[in-house]
Design a protein around this ligand. Structure first.
Ligand SMILES: [Cu+2]
Length: 126
């Protein structure tokens, strides 16, 4: 009778020890995600310059830009406009029409609307 109790106790001890030892440590793979790289925006000296054509006027009418800059005209009026200077001519721009010109030479560039000569503007390239 005593041997049976001892035997059961022994079995229990072995079972407890075995369960304690066999508990495998949880190893999480833990894959670190690649850090989000912020995309480089427009280069610092490559600013975008826009002249809106609105209400029969250039806005801004005077604009100063560094040499090498591209100026974009956007016609927001429902009628046609045509920014035209000595070194550029957009041709007639319909509503939402866009014209771009890159100014590489420093200087003062006066221009006007070829359709409405009273509309005038100036690009100053430095
Ligand atoms: Cu015009």
């Amino acid at each position: 009778m005593i041997r049976k109790v001892l035997f059961i106790t022994l079995i229990l001890v072995i079972a407890i020890v075995a369960s304690g030892c066999s508990s495998t440590p949880t190893t999480t793979p833990n894959p670190t995600p690649a850090p989000a790289t912020t995309p480089m925006p427009v280069p610092q000296n490559q600013q975008a310059y826009t002249v809106n054509i609105q209400n029969n006027a250039f806005n801004p009418s005077s604009l100063q830009v560094p040499a090498g800059s591209t100026v974009k005209w956007v016609n927001l009026d429902s009628v046609q406009h045509e920014p035209k200077g000595n070194v550029f001519d957009s041709g007639p721009l319909n509503q939402n029409g866009v014209f771009e010109h890159t100014f590489n030479q420093a200087g003062t560039y006066n221009y006007a609307c070829a359709i409405h000569p009273s509309m005038q503007g100036t690009i100053t390239v430095v």
